[in-house]
Design a protein around this ligand. Structure first.
Ligand SMILES: [Zn+2]
Length: 156
């Protein structure tokens, strides 16, 4: 074998090696992506299952079990999230129209979409601000301890 042939062979080996390595890398990447996509689908299934189970447990109104405690915790978390959502909207200066449910600027006295009066005037709203937040906190406590399942208990 000549020096040239040797060199050519080495180059070919090198190129084949690189091609092989990169095709393995691509294959690995593909498998990793497939895996994480399947795992994400599994998470969605777990969430869907959890929601169904939550609904069922809430309907049953059972208390004192491990599951019912998680359901209660979920209700409290949900209340906290919607409280924060409400605070964020207040920061943005947005209120929900009680008639059509759209987000409108609290500068309006009437909903610009449907014309319904928006709860209170902006000035009296601000005066009642402190009182209002206390009311909301009380509401939250009631929801937390009483639970939304009380109404379901009546039916059983
Ligand atoms: Zn409206």
């Amino acid at each position: 074998m000549s020096v040239f042939d040797d060199l050519k062979k080495n180059v070919t080996d090198f190129t084949e090696n690189v091609a092989k390595k990169s095709s393995v890398a691509i294959e690995t990447q593909k498998l990793k992506m497939k895996k994480s996509s399947l795992e994400s689908d599994m998470r969605d299934c777990y969430i869907a299952l959890g929601r169904l189970y939550e609904k069922r447990l809430t309907a049953q109104g059972e208390k004192g079990t491990e599951e019912s405690r998680i359901v209660e915790q979920l209700a409290q978390l949900r209340a906290s999230v919607s409280q924060i959502q409400e605070d964020l909207r207040k920061q943005k200066g947005v209120v929900t129209c009680p008639s059509c449910g759209r987000d409108v600027s609290k500068a309006y006295e009437f909903c610009p979409k449907c014309g319904a009066p928006l709860k209170e005037k902006a000035s009296s709203r601000e005066e009642k601000g402190e009182e209002k937040s206390r009311e909301t906190q009380d509401e939250e406590k009631q929801t937390g301890s009483g639970g939304p399942d009380e109404s379901h208990n009546i039916g059983q």
